[in-house]
Design a protein around this ligand. Structure first.
Ligand code: HAM
Length: 419
């Protein structure tokens, strides 16, 4: 029996993991600078946490969750996203007690049983942040600026930022009524998915990817025309904060996103470098979620971004390949008697912080040299009885082919300096 990984999951192989580390460390660095602290929540939670938060009628809850019953007969679900777990933890641990605005970030795997394709996996990875406790649009602007800063630091500067306001519990019902009655008039011509959504979530019909749906709904009223005074002025506040931050954006009255917890701000960042799964990141405000999950009503806003999609863009602009660098030094043993010295010296240099490699397969000197070459090491030192007796050896710079004589006892100094 030969085992294979599950459809929609991927191994991150040794050559690729360096780029992951690079992305993760950039992400963490930017989060820190924006003063967001990491929160780590479990990978699985009670199923009801997600259905309550994301919405029972969404695609995620309706058909994409990995849900199972454990031996205690409890229904559990692998997290399809991070926000619900963060708010659960915020309430459970009284995080709001110590400070009025709690700024947290997370980074890790999420699980959705979608149809796998380029940029869409069943186990994928997100980084995201939540700012919990502020109703002000400057907070939404900070979240958007944070998202963009991360891409900027990774040299991704071509993206499209779309923003919208999806209203609140006061203005949305009236808009939904108007929209539903308009949609009913054209229902027969809409795609089956959109027909179903008229009753479940009419705003998502406007978000349909189906071209015929798009042209049929092109003239329908948009939520932005129905916002209450509070939502309208919040949206104005966001637009002017983004302008002050010199962040270009496009207003898209059709943007509603696939999670039901949003109120007021919704936004999405898309990349022209990606195909049909072009959403790099998305987020928005969710002022009612904390109360919905049993906590005190607390305004909040956040975002999440897919790492696999970000890496696809990076590969397009920078090319594939190993970005992890190479060992600084390869110590090659010229004869069997020198192997022990090489082993000990390798460990000693590593202890000093030098990235050094030597042979563990008992290979001939020629094979060791080939290995050093394959690994792309920057310098090679061959050590045999002659070198051990004289205390000197010839260090070959593999970048330019030059050799120079060095004291064996000075290796530490030589390479520590290069660090
Ligand atoms: P989301 O739009 O569902 O939002 O996901 C955010 C990002 O995760 C997407 O833009 C995409 O890059 C990536 N993503 C989602 N599904 C997949 C998949 N199957 N394969 C690969 N990448 C995927 C959320 O998850 C919200 N929790 C964001 C948020 C935080 N809103 C407020 N706070």
């Amino acid at each position: 029996m030969v085992f294979k990984s599950i459809r929609g999951t991927k191994d991150i192989l040794p050559g690729e993991s360096d780029r992951w580390l690079e992305v993760e460390s950039t992400v963490r660095r930017v989060f820190r600078r924006f003063n967001y602290k990491e929160i780590r929540t479990p990978l699985f939670e009670q199923t009801a946490l997600f259905s309550r938060s994301i919405g029972a009628l969404t695609d995620i809850v309706g058909k994409e969750m990995y849900t199972f019953t454990d031996r205690g007969e409890e229904s559990l679900t692998l997290r399809p996203e991070g926000t619900a777990s963060v708010i659960r933890s915020y309430i459970q641990n009284n995080l709001g007690e110590a400070q009025p605005l709690v700024k947290v970030y997370y980074l890790g795997p999420m699980f959705r049983q979608e149809r796998p394709q380029a940029g869409r996996l069943r186990q994928f990875h997100q980084f995201g942040a939540e700012a919990i406790g502020s109703p002000r649009p400057e907070t939404d602007a900070e979240i958007i600026a944070l998202t963009i800063q991360i891409y900027r630091e990774l040299s991704i500067t071509r993206y499209d930022l779309k923003i919208n306001s999806v209203g609140c519990e006061r203005c949305r019902p009236r808009y939904r009524e108007v929209l539903t009655s308009e949609l009913r008039k054209i229902a027969g011509s809409l795609s089956p998915d959109s027909q179903r959504r008229i009753a479940e979530n009419p705003m998502r019909v406007l978000d349909s990817k189906d071209e015929k749906d798009q042209s049929l709904t092109a003239q329908l009223p948009l939520i932005t025309d129905y916002l209450c005074e509070e939502c309208r002025s919040h949206f104005e506040g966001l637009k002017s904060a983004l302008a002050a931050l010199r962040i270009p954006f496009r207003i898209d009255g059709r943007l509603v996103r696939g999670l039901d917890y949003y109120t007021k701000t919704a936004f999405e960042l898309t990349s022209t470098e990606l195909g049909s799964q072009d959403a790099l990141a998305g987020g928005g405000r969710y002022d009612l979620l904390t109360a919905e999950l049993g906590g005190k009503q607390t305004p909040a806003v956040g975002f999440a971004a897919g790492i696999e999609r970000l890496l696809m863009v990076l590969e397009k602009i920078k090319g594939a390949g190993d970005t992890g660098g190479q060992p600084a030094l390869y110590l090659a043993a010229a004869d069997a008697e020198s192997r022990e010295w090489v082993l000990a010296q390798t460990m000693e240099l590593r202890g000093e912080g030098v990235w050094v490699e030597s042979d563990l397969l008992g290979r001939s000197l020629k094979a060791q040299m080939r290995d050093a070459d394959r690994q792309g090491v920057r310098a090679v030192l061959v050590v045999g009885q002659k070198e051990l007796q004289s205390g000197k050896g010839s260090l070959k710079n593999m970048m330019n082919g030059e050799s120079k004589e060095v004291q064996l006892s000075a290796l530490q100094q030589l390479f520590a300096k290069a660090l």
